[in-house]
Design a protein around this ligand. Sequence first.
Ligand SMILES: [Zn+2]
Ligand SMILES: [Zn+2]
Length: 285
Amino acid sequence: MTVRRHLITGDPVVFAPERAGRPHAFIDDEREELCPFCPGNESQTPPEILRVGEPSRWSVRVFPNKYPAVEGHEVIVESPDHDASFDSIADAAAVVRVYVGRYRALSSRPGVKYTALFKNHGRFGGASIPHVHSQIAALPFVPPRVEREGDAFARAPDCPLCAAIGAHRRDGLVIREGASFVWLAPSTPTFAYQQWIVPKQHQNEMAAFGEDEQRDLTVLLQASAAAMRAISPSHNWLFLNFPGEPSAHAYVDLFPRVTNVAGFELETGTYIDVVDPAETVRLMR
Ligand SMILES: [Zn+2]
Ligand SMILES: [Zn+2]
């Protein structure tokens, strides 16, 4: 793996030809005896970094990605059940604890500039294995999206996301509120049925999420996963963090995959949304 710089913009580009050998369980077969994430097949994954439960009766496993895009690229298998989705996991709170724990561990490593945590669910969400999992990757650079959003927070006189919570409440764009998070449909979505889960307290990194916050986040992530699966078999969620930028406000970006990123978006970097956020609120509820 190497990080190269785009010859025009200087943006980082990850070169990882070893990922070409990844399995394609969606194309080949989905049978459990072939799934490297199923119980009984633990020897097919690299050695565990972390496990919740006993070696033969685990609920969560973390191990290095066999086909890493970068150093410190880990897979979080979120349930032993091959057919589970995040909303049906019995101990989803343990998964969110693992998210925060691995984020803290990886982001404090020397040389790490950003830690990306994301879920690819379903074939059109980019998952190469259907068994429920997320990934976390420690990057030696700050991704352009995070840098751009972090700069915008730094320039703003007041935090735009703190202000957005109140505005979305007024405009009826809050789907649901927990004690410490708001689940809302952003008023300027870039994807159909896009939602954000935003901490009510201004925090720039998920490393700060305490136990109560983690439980609250779990409930909203499960509710979103269930609602998104009613719309599409595929979805993504992305944890946006802003290490070293205290004026920025961390959030989770979530969307079911109903449309593809296509030529217009790829050429212009501009997204076309076709669903009114009020409709997203109605469907998610
Ligand atoms: Zn499996
Ligand atoms: Zn804020």
